[in-house]
Design a protein around this ligand. Structure first.
Ligand code: UD1
Ligand code: MG
Length: 454
């Protein structure tokens, strides 16, 4: 859509959230509300997005960064006043301006695209997205002309008893002809019940100039749900989770218990992967096919291949290749790469390490800052001693090395290919290839000691 620009209103404080965080930065379905709105705008084909900030403006800009341009509304004098702040940025625009609110995280690209298409097809100067609400209390009501075009929108607080009977409400989402919008905004007054400059007044101003004002009603009123409180945030969370779960199941992913499975909007999962209950899959995570994950797995920003199994594991900012086995009670920390068929067993933590193909870390290990080759066997309780209290050092373990149980590898140190380390060793020097290193005190047996003790 070559000419679509969005203006996203996000200056309000969101008093009812009772929060020091601006309302639009509250997270739902794995990302902040404003990000959901931006993603819907982008999916609808918007080429520029302008966010109007006010309360907590700097935090909002930091969260959104280069994805949008920003206009600041110093004082919140109403939605019309908010849009007016974007005039310097949009003066040259001749296409369509779509106005959105930053607190409607359930919007979809399709819904916005349908609005844009209807607006273009109607050749209107302004088109409002409406919905028929069972209970319209609090919303602006849409009043039509006998020919079906829009006469005006009246706010609940300004409406007559008769107008309040109307169940068709203003969603707060509109398309405007850019030039008409800014010309009319200059004429909006604040002589109303709230003393605010109302954006919907633009519709009546344009209609009085003989311009066509159109309305499109959507049946998806869930999608235009605006969030004002923590309770509504929780309702939106539930809807977003359920949408994501349904989409994944439709694509061939098994979720054994969708109600206890929490998957963020941008996660991708391949076919025939089975997710057991109490599993969280978050952020920028991509999972391959035929994996079995859960119960109780939490993945954040993980790139995972196919055929991986994991249970009772927490993995973040890591790469897990095909056929890896994880768990249980495993913590895989950032900058770790577990290569094909690696096996990580009970009570193991791995951080900032590369673990080669087929290597096994079966029980009770801490592996940090380590580069391990292929088919290494790290015995139970092996620890990389990577920190001297000031600096971190790396450990290198070559292909096919065998580290005996309860060994300490004191970094910086290298165990070369095919080398062996005897159980209970504390290794401080290079173990050359094919050698056996034993670094522990010798055993002494004292004959008849037990008898003498009696
Ligand atoms: C608005 C509409 C109403 C519609 C409803 C849908 C107006 C006058 N009324 O009412 O017809 O049914 O949305 O939810 O527009 N904002 C600013 N700066 C301001 C005022 C508001 O950025 O000065 C932002 C808010 O942060 C919010 C959005 O605009 O994201 C809507 O403002 P809000 O005060 O919630 O408007 P409503 O009274 O809900
Ligand atoms: Mg509102």
């Amino acid at each position: 859509m070559a000419d679509l620009v969005t203006v996203i209103l996000a200056a309000g404080k969101g008093t009812r959230m009772k929060s020091s965080l601006p309302k639009v930065l509250h997270r739902v379905g794995g990302k902040c509300m404003l990000q959901h709105v931006l993603d819907a705008a982008k999916a609808a084909g918007a080429k520029r997005n302008i966010v109007v900030t006010g309360f907590g403006g700097e935090a909002v800009q930091e969260a959104i960064g280069a994805q949008a341009e920003f206009a600041v509304q110093e004082e919140q004098l109403g939605t019309g006043h908010a849009v007016l702040q974007t005039k310097p940025l949009l003066e040259k625009e001749t296409g369509t301006v779509m106005v959105l609110c930053g607190d409607t995280p359930l919007l979809t690209g399709d819904l916005l695209k349908n609005l844009y298409d209807a607006h273009s097809k109607a050749e209107a100067k302004a088109t409002v997205l409406t919905a028929i609400m069972p209970d319209p209390t609090g919303y602006g009501r849409v009043i039509h002309m006998p020919d079906g075009t829009v006469e005006k929108i009246v706010e609940h607080k300004d409406a007559t008893e008769e107008e309040r009977q109307v169940r068709e409400i203003n969603s707060g989402i509109y398309c405007f002809d850019a030039r008409e919008l800014f010309a009319a905004l200059g004429e909006v007054k604040n002589d109303n019940a709230q003393g605010e400059y109302y954006l919907p007044d633009v519709l009546e101003i344009l209609r009085k100039q003989g311009k066509k004002i159109w309305a499109v009603a959507t049946e998806e009123y869930e999608s235009i749900f605006g969030i004002n409180s923590r309770s509504q945030l929780a309702q939106a969370e539930k809807i977003l989770r359920s949408r994501k779960n349904e989409a994944l199941m439709a694509e061939g992913v098994t979720l054994m218990d969708p109600s206890s499975t929490f998957i963020d909007a941008d996660v991708k999962i391949g076919r025939d992967t089975v997710i057991y209950p109490f599993t969280w899959i978050e952020g920028n995570t991509v999972i391959g096919e035929n994996c079995e994950l859960g119960p109780n797995v939490r993945l954040q920003n993980v790139t995972m291949g196919s055929g991986v199994t994991g249970q009772f594991a927490y993995v973040h900012d890591a790469v897990i290749d095909d056929g890896v086995i994880l768990g249980q009670f495993v913590h895989i920390r950032p900058d770790t790469h577990l290569m094909e068929k690696v096996k990580i067993g009970n009570f193991v933590e791995v951080k900032n390490s590369n673990v080669g193909k087929g290597t096994k870390l079966p029980h009770l290990s801490y592996i940090g800052d380590c580069d391990m080759g292929e088919d290494v066997n790290m015995g139970c309780g092996t620890i990389t001693v990577n920190y001297d209290g000031k600096k971190k050092f790396r450990t290198k373990v070559g292909n096919h090395a065998f580290i005996g149980c309860n060994s300490n590898l004191v970094a910086p140190v290298t165990v070369e290919d095919n080398a062996y380390v005897g159980a209970g060793s504390t290794i401080t020097k290079t173990v050359p290839a094919d050698n056996l290193a034993i670094a522990r005190s010798r055993q002494t047996n004292i004959a008849n000691w037990a008898d003498k003790r009696k």
